[in-house]
Design a protein around this ligand. Structure first.
Ligand code: GDP
Ligand code: IMO
Ligand code: MG
Length: 427
C-alpha cells in the first residue's frame, strides 16, 4: 500500500497532524503538498507537545524522510524558525527536503494579505495573515518567486523587481502604504540561499523513485476539503487545492500512484475565519463544545466556531476525494451529552437536501435538520478496541459511517499518539 493521502474533510483542524504522526512510524516519506504556514498541526508525544506549521508532522519520526512539495508556499524565515525550534528539542528537522519548484512567501505577500483583508472590511475572508493567498495569486499570475530562484542572484533580483512594480503602485495609490524596496526583499531572500541549498531537490524524482522501490509515501494534507479553492465554500477558502487530487499536482506523482485516501473527520464540526457554516452553534452549546474540545486555533489562537457533526459536509468530501477510509477524531470530547445531534439534511426554503446544495445562495439559506442519537457518560479515553466503547458510542460511530458512506477505520479518543482505537489497518 505505498501511496497514501491524508486530507481534512471539514474546515481544517480535524487532527490531521496526530493521524500523520501516528502513521509516520510506519512510513518512509511524508510529503506536504499544499498550503503553507497557515496550517497548524498539533502533535502530542508523551508529555511533549509540538505545533507544526510548515514542516510535515511525521518529521518527529526519525526514520521518516520529510518532504515539502512544489505545491507548498514556503516562508523561509518561518521554515528556519521551525527547524531551529525542533533542533533545540533534539529533532533533526534540518533533514527536510524541499522541491526546487515550491514558491516563496515574501514579505510583500504578508503585507498584501493584511491590507487587502482590511480593505475588504466586513467582506473579509478572515485569513491567517501569513501571505499565503497573495503568494498563490502570484504563482498563477506567473510572477511568483520559486526556491530555485535563490540560486541565481540576477534572476532573483529581476523577478522581485518585476513582481513589485505593480504591487508598489497598488500599495501606494490604493492602500496608502509605503512602497516596498525590491533590493531589501531580494537581500533578505538571498540571505537564506546558502542554508536552504542542501535541502533543495527534484522532489518528483525522489518520490517516484521511492514508490518504484516499494517505499511507503504518505501525503499529508493541510487545511481541508471545504477550504479548497475549487470545492470549498468559495470565496471563504484558502488559495490552494488541499483535496486529495492536490497530492499529485503538489508533489509530482501521478494519480495511479495513490492507493488509499484517508479522510480525517472530527466527531463534531469546527471552522476558523469567515464563511458559511450551516450548523454553527452561536449559543452556550457551541461554547461548551469549544471548551470541551479546546477549540482555539493552533496558528492564530482564534476561537474556532463550533457545531455538531454535519454528515453532508463529510459526505461531499468522501465523494469528491474517493475516500477509502475515515479516521474519526475527538470522539472523547462528546462524552457527557444525553443526546448528540447530527445534521442529516438541510432545509433550503422548504426543499430538503441530503447532499450539500449546489449554490452559495442555497448554502447561505440552509437550515440544518438534526437526528438525535443517544450519548454516553463513560470515560472512553482508555478504550483501544471498538468493542471497548460503550454501546451508544458504537451506535454513534456506525450511524456516521452509514451517513457518509465510507468505513470508519480509526477513532481518536484523546490527543496522545496511543489514544486511538484502530478498527481497520490503514497501511
Ligand atoms: P490539524 O490542523 O488537522 O492537524 O488539527 P489541529 O492540530 O489544528 O487541531 C486538532 C487538535 O485536537 C490538536 O490540539 C490535537 O492535539 C487534538 N486532538 C487530535 N486528535 C484528538 C482526539 O482524538 N481527542 C482529543 N481530545 N484531542 C485530539
Ligand atoms: P490546518 O492545516 C483551519 C482558513 C483561515 C481562513 C481561510 C483562508 O491546521 O487544518 P488563508 O490564510 O489560508 O488565506 O486563510 O482558511 N484556514 C484554516 N482554517 N485550519 C487550517 O489549517 C487553515 N488554513 C487556513 O482561517 O478562513
Ligand atoms: Mg490545524
Amino acid at each position: 500500500m505505498p501511496g497514501i493521502v491524508i486530507i481534512g474533510t471539514q474546515w481544517g483542524d480535524e487532527g490531521k497532524g496526530k493521524a500523520t504522526d501516528q502513521l509516520g512510524e510506519r512510513v518512509d516519506y511524508v510529503v506536504r503538498y499544499s498550503g503553507g504556514n497557515n496550517a497548524g498541526h498539533t502533535v502530542v508525544v508523551g508529555d511533549e507537545k509540538y505545533a507544526l506549521h510548515l514542516l510535515p508532522s511525521a518529521i518527529l519520526n526519525p526514520n521518516c524522510v520529510p518532504v515539502i512539495g512544489n505545491g507548498v508556499v514556503v516562508d523561509l524565515s518561518v521554515l528556519f524558525e521551525e527547524i531551529d525550534a525542533l533542533l533545540a528539542r533534539g529533532i533533526a528537522a534540518d533533514r527536510v527536503l524541499i522541491s526546487a519548484n515550491a514558491h516563496i512567501i515574501t514579505p510583500y505577500h504578508q503585507v498584501i494579505d493584511k491590507v487587502s483583508e482590511r480593505f475588504l472590511g466586513k467582506r473579509k475572508i478572515g485569513t491567517t495573515g501569513r501571505g499565503v493567498g497573495p503568494a498563490y495569486a502570484d504563482k498563477v499570475n506567473r510572477v511568483g518567486i520559486r526556491i530555485q530562484d535563490l540560486f541565481d542572484e540576477s534572476i532573483l533580483r529581476q523577478k522581485v523587481t518585476a513582481a513589485l512594480e505593480q504591487k508598489n503602485a497598488l500599495l501606494v495609490k490604493v492602500y496608502n502604504r509605503p512602497a516596498i524596496s525590491a533590493e531589501e526583499v531580494s537581500n533578505t531572500l538571498l540571505s537564506f540561499a546558502d542554508r536552504v541549498r542542501p535541502m533543495v531537490v527534484d522532489a518528483g524524482v525522489i518520490l517516484n523513485d521511492a514508490l518504484d522501490a516499494g517505499k511507503v509515501v504518505l501525503f499529508e494534507g493541510a487545511q481541508a476539503h471545504h477550504l479548497d479553492v475549487d470545492f470549498g465554500t468559495y470565496p471563504y477558502v484558502t488559495s490552494s487545492n488541499p483535496i486529495a487530487a492536490g497530492a499529485c499536482t503538489g508533489s509530482g506523482v501521478g494519480p495511479t500512484r495513490i492507493d488509499r485516501v484517508i479522510g480525517i473527520a472530527k466527531a463534531y464540526t469546527t471552522r476558523v475565519g469567515e464563511g458559511p457554516f450551516p450548523g454553527e452553534l452561536l449559543d452556550e452549546t457551541g461554547e461548551a463544545l469549544r471548551q470541551a474540545g479546546a477549540e482555539f486555533g493552533t496558528t492564530t489562537g482564534r476561537p474556532r466556531r463550533c457545531g455538531w457533526f454535519d454528515a453532508l459536509v463529510v459526505e461531499q468530501a468522501a465523494r469528491t476525494n474517493a475516500l477509502t477510509d475515515v479516521f474519526l477524531t475527538k470522539l472523547d470530547v462528546l462524552t457527557g451529552w444525553e443526546k448528540i445531534p447530527v445534521i442529516v439534511a438541510y432545509d433550503v426554503e422548504g426543499v430538503r437536501h441530503t447532499r450539500m446544495p449546489m449554490t452559495q445562495t442555497e448554502l447561505h439559506h440552509a437550515v440544518p435538520v438534526y437526528e438525535f442519537l443517544d450519548g454516553w457518560t463513560e470515560d472512553i479515553t482508555k478504550a483501544r478496541a471498538f468493542e471497548e466503547l460503550p454501546a451508544t458510542t458504537q451506535t454513534y460511530v456506525k450511524r456516521l459511517e452509514e451517513l457518509i458512506g465510507v468505513r470508519i477505520s480509526g477513532i481518536g479518543v484523546g490527543p496522545g499518539r496511543e489514544e486511538t482505537v484502530m478498527i481497520h489497518d490503514l497501511l
